[in-house]
Each structure stands twice: as structure tokens, then as C-alpha cells.
Ligand binder design. Structure first.
Ligand code: GLU
Length: 596
């Protein structure tokens, strides 16, 4: 790493305008917030590379999108290095504290699993955060600037404030009841006890000071130092408001859990799809294996020559089957034997693809296949296993620089608003990532790869993806949305690669998500597509989901996922693409030099 002492010029112009697609050269960025995209473009303009820009964007998102990002959470960083022409990944997933065991979410009195909302808003759900360590590891290996320098835009946003937009305000509204439980959370997000109006300048001086301290003292300030001590304090003695009505459970994280945390660099997953090399995130995420297996199954059909309904049918049936295998076989590979090579083999995909009935949709839950046996007589089984459900909020950011380095980074604090707990005096929310574990075995007598254990990372669906064409970067995509992340990424890749859509069209297209349970979740716009009647004739059934996983009384937008992507075009041109405005207000795309 070359450490430059540099003053980042605040990119006010980029921050002001929200473009959902930007085409140009010199570097490209897409995130979910104009402020974060502006910060990353500013870093690229000031000589930083894609890794520096990704760190600037992620840390700024911790300020401007605090309910889905920040140093209280974790994520997965996928990186194409233009020097070595290789793809690397960093596993920055949260880890269960050493004192946790398989009964983490079992009520000691009833012996039954806790209900999901009780588990989320608690100290029990907080995993050792991984984002800050991810940034340090990425910068040490591939960055040009120092962490202190890359944190500057975030620090300035936290002290100067950001303008509250309707999307973040809506997120605060959905969390208002939980935030009122904690004094530190309500004073940050509900100033004066009220939901702030759109356009309010939201400042977080505690977070500005936290970033400054990290810039000065290094990541040890969190991983074993004074910031870590405050995190542990907030998890043990929850900062409850005087008029709190909930009695949340404390957690067991210790300072030594923080000191022991590592974010290892790991090999990516890889499949070849229609001649393209698709790289993703391996365990502890199920993203790379499930996206890869789905694509392998779809590879048995010639989607570009099929009707739209047939192509979508093969997409839905492929993810239905791949999710059965994900749920049965994928967990943290440091704790369970994950048959990754087999799950990603073309031979195994054939044993799954042959189960797809050309005239009638399968009925879920379908049973997992046997990846250890590549021959199969193609007989379909069903299962009694419960299907895990995941919640939906995260952020994805993509960056390319002028040297040709590319980052696809998905990170999260899990639920919208995480555990609901802001660390007092530190200005950031703590995750509830440990609720991504299965609380109890999904089926009696069948091993469950995703049960809690000390030091284990809960299985994720995050799927940051980089696609190479002829050994050069072609696409970078990823999405938010719990387990729908996997299907959103597969659908976007299919739209772009098989269905002839441009990347902006591929991302804007209405989504449907089949995850081995019926009915298939769909966006309202998907139900209006002409092809949907064809899918219904094939036996597919659809439903819209517009209820909050935390409280069925709270209605949420019935959209699926939240994606970001970029495409490397010919002649050094690049296109960054955020969500269209119709999907929760849209994303923010930027390029260093605009053209067209
Ligand atoms: N916790 C989820 C996962 O790792 C991501 C959060 C979300 O997007 O909902 O799969």
C-alpha cells in the first residue's frame, strides 16, 4: 500500500444530482446514495483506485444510509485485480461470540425458539462486526491511500450532515418503535422524539469522531480498543430509554471476541455461463454457490431462443431447485463440510435440471439433491423441511477504476435498522446478523449446516458478483434483499446475458423470486407482464409481499431487492447503473468523465 496524505475535495456537485445511470470513462460507481457515490467518484478523481473508492463509499453509506450500512455490520468484498488478472474475495461476515452455542436463540424457560422480532431487537443477535476489518484488509493489499484518507468523506458527511431523503425517512418510520426503546437510537434518528421531515439535515457528530479516532489509531480502536469496549458495553447493558416498553435480551460478546476477529481473503466461486466466467462469494455466503448452481441449471436450456415465459419459467425452476441444495448443504465452511465443488459442477446441475417438468411447475418444498452422486435417475422428491426465511435490507456498491480494477461489495447490518441499538457516544447501529442462523434444526434428524456455534459465521445470501468476458471484466452486480439477493442477481444476469436487455433494462425489469417455497414472490409490475399469464399456465403461482418481517402491521414497499451494477463497455467506456427511481427512490450512479 502507498500511503498518501491527501485532502479529499468534497464532491458537492456529484452529491447534488442523482443519476440512476451514468456512462463515461476514468472510473464508475453505483451505490444506493448520491452522497456515497459522490464520495467515491471524488476519491477516484483524486488518484484513489477502486478499493479506495469502495471504502469511501461504504463508510459514507454508514452515515447517509445508516439503517443498512456501517461499521456495526459486515459484508463480502469481491475484487478483480487488473495487475494479477485474478478475482479475490474478502469474508467480512459477522461472527458469533465465543460464549454463544447452538441454543443461542432458544428461550431458556420454554425451550422453544424465540420469535424473530424478539431475537432481532436484542444483544443476542449482534455478531462481531466485519466491515471495518474488511476495509483495512482490502486497503492493505490493494489500496493506494490510507484508511484515514479514505474515511475523510464519511467524516465530513457525518459532521456536516446529509439531507434526509424520503427513502431513509421511510426506513426510520418503519423502525420508530424499536428506536424509541433505546435512548441513543432515538436521539440520533428521532430528534425531539419525532420522525424528522424529508429535507432535514441529519448530523452524526459521534460518528464523525468515531471515524476520526479510527483514522488516527487504526482499526484496533474497534477490534479490542475503546470503541470496542463501548460496543461490548452496549450489548451487555442495553442503553434502554427511560420509557422503554420492551425488555430486550443482552448478548455475550466480549472485547476478546472483537480482538480475535479476522476478515480472511478467500478464493471466489466460479462457474462458466454461456462462455462467460462468473465469480462470486463462497461460504460463509451461499451467494456464489446458489447463483452458480442456478446458472448451471439454466445453462441446460437455450433461454435466448425461448419465449419470454419459457425463459422465466426455467429461471424460476432453477432457483427453486438450487435453494433446496443451499438450505441443506451450505453454512460456514470452517464448521461444516460444504460440498462446494460438487454444488457448482455441471454434472450435478444436470441431475437437477432434468427434474424440471416442461409443462408443469414443481411443487415446493422440493428435496435437496445428492451432490456426492453425479448420476441420478431423475426422480423428484419433496421434503418436510421448513424453509428458512430471511429479512431484507442491505446495500450493494460497485466501483471500477481507470486501471481496470473492479469491486463488487455487498454489506449490511442485516435487518433494516439492525438490532436497533446505537452504540452510545459512537453514533452507529449494531447489526443483528446472528439471526441469519437457523434458530433450530429445519428438519428433525437431518443435519442443519446453519445452526449457531461459537466463532461461527451465519450463512448469508449476499452475492457480490464479477463477470469476465475473454478474461477481462464485463459486469459487476450485486443486490440487497435477504435471500432474494440470489434470485435478483440471477435474474439480472439472465436479462443481460440471455434476454438481450441492456444493463439498465436488466436491472429495472420487474422481479420475481422463487426460493423453494410457494407461491413465488413477485413485484406488482411482474404480475402485469404479458409473460406472467404464460407462467401461470405452466403452474407458477405468484404473491406480493408487503409486510415488515418485524411487525406484520407495518406495510412496506412490495419491491424485491435493491441492486447496483456496472458494465465495462468497449473503448475504455463504462456504465454505472443504480435502481430506477420507481424502485424505492432509485440508486445513484456516477462516472469520473461523463460521456453520452
Ligand atoms: N443478512 C442478509 C444476508 O446476509 C442480508 C441482509 C438483507 O439484505 O436483508 O443474507
Amino acid at each position: 500500500m502507498v500511503t498518501l496524505s491527501l485532502v479529499v475535495i468534497w464532491p458537492a456537485a456529484e452529491a447534488a444530482a442523482q443519476r440512476t445511470t451514468a456512462t463515461g470513462s476514468g472510473g464508475a460507481v453505483a451505490t444506493e446514495s448520491p452522497v456515497a457515490t459522490g464520495a467515491a467518484v471524488g476519491v477516484l478523481r483524486n488518484g484513489g483506485n477502486a478499493v479506495d473508492a469502495a471504502v469511501a463509499a461504504a463508510s459514507t453509506l454508514g452515515v447517509s444510509d445508516p439503517l443498512v450500512a456501517g461499521i456495526g455490520g459486515g459484508g463480502y468484498f469481491v475484487y478483480y485485480d487488473a495487475h494479477t488478472h485474478r478475482v479475490y474475495t474478502i469474508d467480512g461476515r459477522e461472527m458469533a461470540p465465543a460464549a454463544d452455542g447452538p441454543d443461542l436463540f432458544i428461550d431458556p424457560i420454554t425451550g422453544e425458539p424465540l420469535d424473530f422480532p424478539t431475537a432481532v431487537t436484542s444483544g443476542l443477535s449482534v455478531g462481531v462486526p466485519g466491515n471495518l476489518m474488511t476495509w483495512a484488509v482490502a486497503l492493505r493489499r490493494w489500496g493506494k491511500h490510507s484508511l484515514a484518507s479514505d474515511l475523510q468523506p464519511a467524516e465530513r458527511t457525518a459532521s456536516g450532515g446529509y439531507k434526509l431523503d424520503s427513502a431513509v425517512r421511510e426506513e426510520i418510520r418503519e423502525n420508530a418503535f424499536r428506536f424509541k426503546q433505546f435512548g441513543s437510537s432515538s436521539s440520533l434518528f428521532l430528534p425531539g422524539g419525532r420522525l424528522p421531515a424529508v429535507g432535514t439535515i441529519m448530523k452524526d457528530p459521534d460518528l464523525a469522531a468515531t471515524y476520526k479516532e479510527i483514522g488516527r489509531d487504526g482499526v484496533g480502536a474497534l477490534y479490542g480498543g475503546p470503541i470496542g469496549a463501548d460496543v461490548v458495553g452496549a450489548i451487555h447493558a442495553l442503553p434502554l430509554a427511560r420509557d422503554a416498553t420492551l425488555v430486550p435480551r443482552p448478548g455475550a460478546m466480549s472485547l476478546s471476541d472483537l480482538a480475535a476477529y479476522r476478515a480472511p481473503v478467500k478464493a471466489p466461486t466460479h462457474v462458466n455461463y454461456r462462455g462467460l466466467d462468473v465469480y462470486g462469494m463462497g461460504p460463509s455466503s451461499s451467494g456464489g454457490s446458489t447463483v452458480g448452481e442456478s446458472l448451471n441449471i439454466m445453462g441446460d436450456f437455450n433461454l435466448s431462443h425461448e419465449t419470454r415465459a419459457q425463459a422465466l419459467y426455467h429461471y424460476l425452476e432453477a432457483t427453486r431447485l438450487a435453494f433446496a441444495d443451499r438450505n441443506r448443504y451450505v453454512g460456514d465452511a470452517a464448521f461444516v463440510k460444504v460440498p462446494l465443488r460438487q454444488l457448482l459442477s455441471k454434472g450435478f446441475a444436470k441431475t437437477r435440471a432434468c427434474l424440471i417438468n416442461p409443462t408443469h411447475a414443481l411443487k415446493s418444498p422440493v428435496a435437496p439433491g445428492d451432490p456426492f452422486k453425479e448420476q441420478s435417475n431423475c426422480s423428484l422428491k419433496t421434503t418436510r423441511a421448513a424453509q428458512p426465511s430471511d429479512a431484507t435490507s442491505t446495500n450493494e456498491l460497485v466501483v471500477a477504476d481507470k486501471q481496470g480494477d473492479v469491486v463488487s461489495y455487498t454489506n449490511t447490518i442485516e435487518e433494516l435498522g439492525g438490532s436497533g441499538i446505537v452504540v452510545p457516544g459512537r453514533g452507529f447501529l449494531l447489526n443483528n446478523e446472528l439471526t441469519d442462523f437457523d434458530f433450530a434444526p429445519l428438519q428433525k434428524g437431518v443435519p442443519d449446516p446453519n445452526l449457531p456455534a461459537a466463532g461461527k459465521r451465519p450463512r448469508s445470501s449476499m452475492s457480490p458478483t464479477i463477470v469476465l468476458k475473454d478474461h477481462r471484466p464485463f459486469l459487476a452486480v450485486g443486490a440487497a434483499g435477504g435471500s432474494t439477493i440470489i434470485t435478483s442477481v440471477v435474474q439480472i444476469l439472465m436479462n443481460r446475458i440471455d434476454l438481450g436487455m441492456t444493463l439498465p433494462e436488466a436491472m429495472a425489469a420487474p422481479r420475481a423470486s422463487q426460493r423453494n417455497s410457494d407461491p413465488t414472490q413477485a413485484e406488482p409490475a411482474f404480475l402485469r407482464l404479458a409473460s406472467t399469464a404464460g407462467l401461470e399456465k405452466l403452474g407458477e403461482k405468484f404473491a406480493i409481499d408487503d409486510t415488515s418481517p418485524l411487525d406484520p402491521k407495518i406495510k412496506i414497499a412490495p419491491t424485491i431487492g435493491w441492486a447496483a451494477g456496472l458494465e465495462l463497455l468497449s473503448g475504455g467506456r463504462m456504465q454505472a447503473v443504480g435502481e430506477p427511481k420507481s424502485r424505492n427512490g432509485g440508486g445513484a450512479a456516477g462516472v469520473v468523465k461523463q460521456s453520452g
